[in-house]
Design a protein around this ligand. Structure first.
Ligand SMILES: Nc1ncnc2c1ncn2[C@@H]1O[C@H](COP(=O)(O)OP(=O)(O)OP(=O)(O)O)[C@@H](O)[C@H]1O
Ligand SMILES: [Mg+2]
Length: 227
């Protein structure tokens, strides 16, 4: 159910804990469609947890996570899977590339799952990999790539199907500043062009400085720290 707030992402009194210490404790947050938001906070504060809740990869203990007004917990597992497949791009902190698929096949996967025709799928993958500085690496396997190269493949996979929500966990954590700048710019631009919402967890001040809004997780609460 929508509360009427025009929010692409809305957390309403969300609690989540794995042990005695809550990661989120009745935390609330609204992110408007098309915003670029950075999440900062010390290691272990809950940045990855927050992204997984927003992506419906994990369920809150209580409270609601709404995407475009739809409570993710009110969906069936099949509906949640469809939402992840069509509307969501997720860059995992540790990439999660499929080791038995080539670079090209990893990037094509969201398109293949959405039944995009084979020729179009190949073309989009090739273009995107070239833009990310990985031209000609389509047939390599993830284990043959450096950490930073794998990270860029993970970014390609997250945006190739043009989702309306991109959640990126430390997307440039393995990249030097010179490489990170253009990669982040590509991520920002591909989202901005389609009014897709971009939420990035980061330890980098450079990344946070590019965001329109910076939030932090402190003592289980989500607080605005900038602008
Ligand atoms: N699946 C899990 N089982 C148990 N505890 C977990 C699990 N996932 C996260 N935690 C705990 O929840 C807390 C928040 O973890 P989270 O990974 O969200 O932090 P983070 O802010 O992303 O940290 P980092 O900056 O190191 O990536 C940590 O104390 C972590 O140990
Ligand atoms: Mg994390």
């Amino acid at each position: 159910m929508s509360t009427g707030t025009p929010g692409a992402i809305e957390l309403a009194t969300v609690s989540k804990s794995y042990g005695p210490q809550p990661v989120l404790s009745s935390a609330s947050l609204t992110i408007e469609r098309g915003q670029f938001v950075a999440i900062i906070g010390r290691s272990g504060s809950g940045k990855s947890t927050l992204l997984r809740l927003m992506g419906g990869l994990e369920a809150a203990d209580s409270g609601a996570v709404r995407i475009d007004g739809t409570d993710l917990s009110a969906l069936t597992e099949a509906q949640r899977a469809r939402h992840r497949r069509k509307d969501l791009g997720f860059v995992f902190q540790f990439f999660n590339l499929i080791p038995t698929l080539t670079v090209g096949e990893n990037v094509e996967l969201p398109l293949a799952l959405n039944e995009v025709p084979r020729a179009a799928l190949r073309e989009r993958t090739r273009t995107l990999l070239a833009e990310l500085g990985l031209a000609g690496r389509d047939d390599a396997f993830p284990e043959d790539l450096s950490g930073g190269e794998q990270q860029r493949v993970a970014i390609a996979r997250a945006v190739v199907h043009e989702p309306k929500l991109v959640l990126a966990d430390e997307p440039t954590g393995n990249l030097d500043v010179e490489t990170a700048g253009p990669i982040l710019e590509l991520l920002r631009r591909t989202c901005l062009e389609r009014r897709a919402t971009l939420v990035v967890a980061t330890h980098s001040n450079e990344v946070a400085a590019l965001a329109q809004r910076v939030i932090s997780i402190r003592a289980g609460q989500i607080v605005d720290v900038a602008p």
